[in-house]
Design a protein around this ligand. Sequence first.
Ligand SMILES: Nc1ncnc2c1ncn2[C@@H]1O[C@H](COP(=O)(O)OP(=O)(O)O)[C@@H](O)[C@H]1O
Ligand SMILES: Cc1ncsc1CCOP(=O)(O)O
Ligand SMILES: [Mg+2]
Length: 278
Amino acid sequence: MTSFREFRGTEAWGVEAWKAMCRVREKSPLIQCITNFVSMDIMANTLLAAGASPAMVHAVEEITEFTALSNALCINIGTLSPDWIFSMKVAVARANELQKPWILDPVGVGATTFRTEKCIELIHSKPTVIRGNASEIMAVVGASTGSTKGVDSTQASTDALEAAKELARIAQCIVAVSGAVDLVTDGKRVLGVSNGVALMQRITATGCAVTALIAAFVAVHPGRPLEAAAFALALFGLAGEIGNEKANGPASLRVNLLDALHSLDEISVTSRIRIAQI
Ligand SMILES: Nc1ncnc2c1ncn2[C@@H]1O[C@H](COP(=O)(O)OP(=O)(O)O)[C@@H](O)[C@H]1O
Ligand SMILES: Cc1ncsc1CCOP(=O)(O)O
Ligand SMILES: [Mg+2]
């Protein structure tokens, strides 16, 4: 059993993460994103920097065709409205019909009744992975009320571990909780990822961006969503660490993180990825 304080860069995980990164670059999966207005830019740029291909497509008239073209679907409820919810449900149904993975980011769930209801309805359609911050994951399972501060978390990821396991079991999917240590679980196994820097929280939509990156990794590793989610979180966190070496604050970290993600190499990944089975 590894404690949260005992992360070591086990080279085996680094080698696997590097292979996963190479596969994303080689396959360049098309990721359909129905996401909030705030996140569109950084999400698309994150996917491009990783070698994937983003498309922000939400008009209901286009969904039947477009979801069929995509390798994975990323659904994000950050700037929700009734017509967008309708598009999301049509896209999710189409993805399920075609057995394509879809990933949910429950932004701000718990903040309002409308958001919570619509989020739960989406979860009933069986996402492949749910990635949220600790307050969001706790709110989905009713483990806390009023702990979300709009879209930001007031809890540590470790506080949400039991809620994440419960959600994974109930929804029969992978659940990832981001934070200082990212936790990824299928309800039984738990992987912890300790890459990243705290300043990433001061850039809007980094959580949304890493959810889309998870979609890209799951798209090219369809049988291994637990590991794929952990690799995406670890590599995004590592890009944050490398980017932070040259950054002076959130704005320059945003730029340097994208540059670092684009330039990740085998030596950095194999030596600096910190994933452990908890
Ligand atoms: N204290 C921290 N230390 C290191 N990385 C962090 C920390 N908090 C968040 N991150 C990283 O920032 C990214 C966004 O996570 P988070 O802020 O939890 O999501 P959200 O933006 O949805 O609230 C993730 O890649 C996460 O690993
Ligand atoms: C600020 C804001 N408001 C609605 S969605 C959004 C972006 C949230 O992004 P993240 O969950 O990654 O912090
Ligand atoms: Mg978020």
